[in-house]
Write a protein that binds this ligand. Structure first.
Ligand SMILES: [Zn+2]
Length: 232
């Protein structure tokens, strides 16, 4: 049985419709999940409810105990994430919900000789107003063989290391609730031969950094190590 409507609504409001584990804004794809499954005696009560995005929901729900791989999400851990996030939401009721940028690499072809990845950056406008245009700045370690297409490019240094900074912008309007691909999946960002030592360096803690500017919201800034951006 699913949660009663009022419990579901309350869980969604208390979480700001964000995932309690990764804190990404879920919009319509957020799930209200049972912390302890009903088949294990979990109640349809607020105490047993957690909002999760699709990715975390799949991660938490599809752990196969016959083939344990990775670290299982325990009910205690999920509950702690939930309580921590609800407390944060309660203490920051006015925090703008608009700061949502999803950054990841996707493998587009992997043969025995050559690996090719694209960078996918998706922005969701969760503000109440439309945004007239945006600008993206993204920096990669300069040893990466980049094929960035139509970007303004310059060399910079970050923490003393050589980086390449790419910049792109658009005047297109982004409506409230709309998600756009800021970097589209037809741009190849990294391509290397598997035998090349680039492959080994990718596993080190080199990072990718980004800044995303819109006219009426704070700058979204972030960085991740190449290994976190996966799928290498
Ligand atoms: Zn999540």
């Amino acid at each position: 049985m699913p949660f009663p409507r009022d419990i579901r609504d309350l869980a969604l409001v208390k979480s700001h419709r964000r995932c309690c584990v990764c804190h990404e804004f879920g919009g319509r794809s957020v799930n209200v999940h049972h912390i302890v499954q009903e088949s294990d005696g979990g109640a349809n009560a607020l105490e047993n409810a957690i909002c999760l995005c699709l990715r975390c929901h799949a991660e938490a729900g599809h752990f196969n105990s016959r083939h344990p791989l990775g670290t299982k999400y325990s009910p205690t851990e999920l509950k702690a994430h939930r309580d921590q996030w609800w407390e944060h939401c309660e203490n920051h009721p006015d925090e703008p919900l608009g700061l949502f940028l999803d950054v990841r690499f996707k493998a587009i072809s992997r043969t025995a000789e050559v690996h090719r990845y694209c960078l996918i950056i998706t922005y969701t406008n969760t503000m109440r107003e439309a945004q007239d245009g945006w600008k993206l700045r993204v920096c990669f370690p300069s040893f990466l063989p980049l094929f960035p297409g139509d970007y303004d490019r310059c060399e910079i240094r970050l923490d003393g290391e050589p980086y390449v900074q790419l910049e792109s912008s658009s005047n297109d309007r982004v409506f409230p609730g709309e998600s756009i691909e800021v970097v589209t999946r037809d741009v190849h960002f990294i391509e290397y031969e598997v035998n090349d030592n680039v492959h080994r360096r990718l596993r080190l803690e080199h990072k990718v950094t980004w800044q995303f500017f819109t006219p009426n919201a704070p700058v979204i800034e972030g960085e991740k190590s190449l290994s976190e951006l996966q799928e290498f």
